[in-house]
Design a protein around this ligand. Structure first.
Ligand SMILES: Cc1ncc(COP(=O)(O)O)c(C=O)c1O
Length: 399
């Protein structure tokens, strides 16, 4: 029998091979189930989300209205309007300490498109990216969608054995990059300067690029946010990705930006050009006002509000025998070990949703060291946190 006779029938009505190992985020699956329950009139305690609890500040909304009044509604340069790029340059120099030039900035449709562009610019089919786990789920899928392979490295192993040992065992001739996400989604962990220095030294020694996802840069409660691009020798090998989603309550506006050296910045700009041809023009004018006019005191107020919520949720979970250790220093998530509830994290999350109407995200959504955990967001009102804890208390008492 010839090889072609035994091969499975091929049809052109098929998805490209690139999608073979690309999931439709487990977080989205849970969100859809929550929406179904709510549509059916159920009350759901929504700890599964990833959005700030406050609305977009008024001056940013006013800037959008003004842009529309002034008919700033035409095509703009696909990499971003020059006045916004100027403001971004000023911000990353002042706040992050990255000595960026305007040519090294691209405005993107959220952090998501910044990361998409970064991996597109970086990866050939089969190239590998070391991903510290637990990681934000879409990162893995973005890597796979752009042809690369995400290689999971347990953060716990890095902490126990050191950066060189943990990353070293996963290093192959195909390794191109390390993804760093601090503060981390889902654990809220903030990498220390010393940890980032060790990762940077590893990257320099093995000639790797670092993709630095700094979506939660403004939400650090204790310690400091360090942009890895500022460490010695790193500006030339780091792609830093930012978003206005979390800092300014602008998740639905879809705007962020990336800072990168050549040749990557041209690759990311090209990726933005041929996917969305840039970010909507009025949104860019509103983002300019957000970045230029928001005082640092605004972020301090947000941090105080989040810290209060974090402490309340952690205290409530501890009372229920679900301790969060160590207390996370950043972002707005906790990632407690819930293995004592029995079953896999997916089973636990489904049980909590079905039987207690408490929505969480199973730890396995976040990579190789997520099992046994659930992610809960505390970007909620204090009252919503109380009500959710009460529902959990009832559920656990009745078991
Ligand atoms: C770690 C992390 N990176 C990036 C993003 C991207 O956010 P956006 O595309 O809304 O800017 C998110 C959003 O949840 C996130 O949690």
């Amino acid at each position: 029998m010839s090889a072609s006779a035994s091969a499975p029938p091929m049809t052109n009505l098929r998805l490209s091979a690139r999608f073979a190992d690309v999931g439709f985020s487990e977080i989205v699956r849970i969100r859809n189930r929550v929406m179904e329950l709510k549509a059916a009139g159920e009350t759901v305690h929504q700890f599964e989300g990833g959005e700030p609890f406050f609305e977009t500040p008024e001056p940013i909304k006013a800037a959008m209205r003004q842009a529309l009044v002034e008919n700033k509604t035409r095509y703009a340069p696909s990499s971003g309007i020059p006045p916004l790029i100027e403001v971004i340059v000023e911000k990353v120099r002042r706040k992050n300490g990255i000595p960026a030039e305007p040519s090294q900035i691209v405005v993107a449709v959220g952090g998501m498109q910044g990361l998409y562009g970064a991996f597109n610019a970086l990866l050939d089919p089969g190239d590998e990216v070391l991903l510290l786990s637990p990681y934000w789920t879409p990162t893995r899928d973005l890597i796979h969608m752009t042809g690369g392979r995400a290689i999971c490295v347990e953060t716990t192993r890095m902490l126990a054995e050191g950066v060189d040992a943990a990353l070293g065992v996963r290093l192959t001739p195909r390794t191109r990059a390390i993804l760093v996400n601090t503060p981390n989604n889902p654990t809220g962990r903030v990498l220390t300067r010393a940890e980032l220095e060790a990762i940077a030294a590893f990257a320099r020694r093995h000639d790797l690029v670092v993709v630095s996802d700094e979506a939660y840069e403004d939400l650090v409660y204790d310690g400091e946010h360090v942009s890895i691009a500022t460490l010695p020798g790193m500006a030339g090998r780091t792609i830093s990705v930012y978003t206005l989603s979390k800092s300014y309550g602008m998740t639905g506006w879809r705007i962020g930006y990336a800072v990168a050296p050549e040749p990557f910045i041209t690759g990311i700009k090209t990726s933005v050009l041929y996917s969305t041809n840039g970010v909507s023009t009025p949104t860019q004018w509103a983002a300019l006002v957000a970045l230029r006019d928001t005082p640092e005191s605004f972020f301090a107020e947000q941090r105080a509000a989040y810290r209060q919520r974090r402490d309340r949720l952690i205290a409530g979970l501890a009372e229920l025998g679900l301790p969060v250790k160590p207390v996370p220093d950043g972002a707005f998530y906790v990632f407690p070990d819930v293995s004592r509830l029995g079953g896999t994290s997916t089973e636990i999350a489904l049980r909590l949703l079905t039987e207690a109407r408490v929505a969480t995200v199973p730890g396995t959504a976040f990579g190789c060291s997520g099992e046994g955990h659930l992610r809960l967001s505390y970007a909620l009102s204090l009252e919503a946190i109380e009500r959710g804890l009460e529902a959990l208390r009832h559920y656990l008492a009745a078991r």
